[in-house]
Design a protein around this ligand. Structure first.
Ligand SMILES: *Cc1c(COP(=O)(O)O)cnc(C)c1O
Length: 422
């Protein structure tokens, strides 16, 4: 089944009411037929709904549809992109372990990995996404996960996914790709050797800035990497919190199963059924929107590239961009998503430009149908010094744009009037 058909049909079977739209099962719990039936559900002898913290029929459609769209075998939806990333880590690492994280990652991923999980005894070791060989010097037998972004936010680099996943395979380590900026329409990291894909559904998935959400997708046959692999011993030993269940011996995809049975059970960052319904609505138009976001962003990148007040434009779809070749390899049909950045000569110019925009809104979000302008040095990266900003790939004069679905002519006019004021 092709992507445009998956997003409109896959994973939904109409019940006797024949509702064309996936119904919202706005419920906390589900009735059992008998104590015997309840016991069977708890023992996983039979699969069925118990409580919405664990499963929900609306969320289930979203999970099935998204997994199929990514070329995975199963997925688990979460209350936010950050909880998806936290669960991906917590499912494999514990005190004394470490994970490898690309230097070029989303701000929340950076604080989660360098600060928050450190307090749980998990160390994050960083590597340059442009130099995957660095992984070899930071990996040891306590390294449980390698995390990086396919298109990085906010530096807008394209990772050489195969170079990273092939090193991970040598060491039998699970890889997790944050594919939020590319979306499953532009890139499917599983095809290039990734084991897990995470997304913030808050961005292109809902597509209109409607709700916070996240998802973890698992590839087919991840069990062959986990089974009898000492690195993942807790998938191969009985889980005493679940009557001795051994995840790697179950007939279900083990990674998402363990997130559901252990982490959603105990931490509970489940999406609301209503939000799952919003993600489903968003998915239906995702292929069309990604095409439009990408077309418009390329036109705007070309306009900025020729503007005398602009020092540099970062957009993987530009032939002059250092990421162009990787974009052609990993992103579909020449689409490079809606995120771009450009550099002005000073922080003052960047602030003045951001304040002069009329159609673009000054917001820290991406993937909205409405265009967004961000000045990272005064918002998301405000705590960093001038030198740290340069090291992070976000110099003081950098402006980030998330190109929405408005007419490109109006967007260019707005940029043009703001640039003329500098
Ligand atoms: C927004 C974002 C996240 C975090 O997602 P939330 O849904 O806001 O929790 C993670 N990774 C990337 C690349 C993002 O853009």
């Amino acid at each position: 089944m092709e992507q445009k058909t998956i997003v409109t049909h896959y994973g939904y079977e109409k019940d006797s009411q024949k509702s064309m739209v996936v119904p919202i099962y706005q419920t906390t719990a589900y009735e059992f037929e008998s104590t015997n039936h309840a016991a069977k559900l708890f023992e996983l002898e039979e699969l069925g709904n118990i409580y919405t913290r664990l499963t929900n029929p609306t969320t289930d459609v979203f999970e099935k549809r998204f997994a199929k769209l990514e070329g995975g075998v199963a997925s688990i939806a979460t209350a936010s992109g950050m909880s998806a990333i936290f669960y991906a880590i917590a499912n494999v690492a514990e005190a004394g372990d470490n994970i490898a994280v690309a230097k070029q990652v989303y701000g929340g991923t950076s604080t989660l990995t360098t600060h928050t999980i450190k307090r749980f005894g998990i160390e994050a070791r960083t590597f340059d996404v442009h130099n995957p060989q660095e992984l070899k010097s930071i990996i040891d037998n306590k390294t449980k996960l390698i995390i990086f972004e396919s298109i990085t936010n906010p530096s807008i680099d394209v990772a050489d996914i195969e170079a990273i996943t092939s090193i991970a395979k040598e060491y039998k380590i699970i890889t997790c790709v944050d594919n939020t900026v590319a979306s499953p329409i532009l890139c499917n990291p599983i095809k290039y050797g990734a084991d897990l894909v995470v997304h913030s559904a808050s961005k292109y998935t809902t597509g209109q800035g409607l709700a916070i959400g996240g998802i973890i997708v698992e590839r087919e046959d991840l069990v062959s990497l986990i089974k009898d692999n000492d690195r993942y011993y807790h998938f191969n030993e009985p889980d005493m919190s679940y009557h001795g269940l051994i995840y790697s011996s179950m007939p279900l995809p083990p990674f998402t199963l363990r997130v559901r049975l252990a982490l959603l059970r105990d931490f509970g960052a489940t999406p609301s059924p209503f939000n799952s319904w919003l993600y489903i609505q968003g998915l239906e138009t995702l292929p069309l929107r990604m095409q439009q976001h990408s077309n418009s962003a390329l036109k705007i990148a070309q306009f900025l590239d020729e503007h005398p007040k602009v020092i540099k434009v970062n957009y993987p779809g530009l032939k002059s961009d250092p990421n162009y070749k990787r974009a052609q390899k990993y992103l579909k049909d020449g689409m490079s998503s809606g995120l771009l950045s450009f550099e002005l000569k000073s922080k003052e110019d960047a602030q003045k430009l951001a304040d002069s925009m009329e159609l673009f809104s000054l917001v820290v979000n991406i993937g909205d149908s409405k265009s967004i302008v961000t000045h990272p040095a005064s918002t998301t990266h405000q705590q960093l010094s001038k030198e740290e900003l340069i090291a992070a790939g976000v110099p003081e004069g950098l402006i980030r744009l998330s190109i929405g679905l408005e007419d490109t002519k109006d967007l260019i006019e707005d940029l043009s009037q703001a640039l003329n004021r500098l």
